[in-house]
Design a protein around this ligand. Structure first.
Ligand code: 13P
Length: 245
């Protein structure tokens, strides 16, 4: 299992370090792989708190370019340099707020892997796409368009996050999650054999109260948690749910 907290654009340095400290102190022995993705400007301070703990840290986005004249952007190498070991790429909020396309996301995935970062690649359909019956074809297209054509090695985890379930309190039904994760698993086996066994996370309004039934599904390998990752008790509760046999 892999449990990841996406802190999005929230908090101060003091709040971020306090949250990291509470997670370090509260993380149970034998916890699943746990990662947090603070805002870029909090990475250095959070990294200090996490030093020596099993919790690893990543960025929420990186540039597809290696370096140079890209004002405001942050390269994958810069994330690695500051102590990040991973990066979220293709989050639906980046696709919506910044119009990121699959082709750009593919460049970012390659940049992340090139810098030695583990990539969490997000995919997911909108409500309109689900209602029109296109959910699986949309996600398949996102996988096809965003993963490198020739896999360069390294680690990519897939996060299935239905857009309509993010921050809304609405969770996809277990049947919908199971069938989408099954499709993703099959697609990876056929098209990206290096990733055939990788974690496939679910994201979208995961809370301590609904985590266990989601984690019980066959192809669910953990969660990418937004809102509930900002409260240490909730995030630790989700971690505890992932440890139930
Ligand atoms: P919420 O858990 O707040 O719905 O956010 C999910 C998400 O977008 C994680 O990346």
């Amino acid at each position: 299992m892999f449990i990841a907290g996406n802190w999005k654009m929230n908090g101060t340095v003091a709040e971020a370090t306090a949250l990291a400290r509470a997670l370090v102190d509260g993380l149970p022995a034998n916890a699943p792989t746990t990662a947090v993705f603070p805002p870029a400007v909090h990475l250095a301070a959070v990294g200090e708190v996490l030093k020596g703990s099993p919790i690893f840290m990543g960025g929420q986005d990186c540039s597809g370019a290696e370096k140079g004249a890209h004002t405001g952007d942050i390269s994958a190498a810069m994330l690695a340099d500051i102590g990040a070991r991973g990066v979220i790429i293709g989050h639906s909020e980046r696709r919506t707020d910044h119009g990121e396309t699959d082709a750009e996301i593919q460049q970012k995935v390659e940049a992340g892997l090139g810098a030695g970062l583990g990539v969490v690649l997000c995919v997911g359909e909108t409500l309109a796409e689900r209602e029109s019956g296109a959910a699986q074809s949309v996600v398949r297209e996102q996988l096809e368009g965003s993963l490198p054509k020739v896999f360069p090695g390294g680690s990519v985890v897939i996060a299935y996050e239905p857009v309509w379930a993010i921050g809304t309190g609405k969770v996809a039904t277990v049947e919908d999650i199971a069938s989408m994760h099954g499709m993703i698993r099959a697609w990876l086996g056929e098209n990206q054999p290096e990733l055939a066994q990788t974690f496939i996370l679910y994201g979208g309004s995961v809370k301590p109260s609904n985590a266990a039934e989601i984690f019980a599904l066959d192809e669910v390998g953990g969660a990418l948690v937004g809102g509930a990752s900002l409260k240490s008790d909730d995030f630790l509760g989700i971690i505890a749910a992932a440890m139930k046999p």
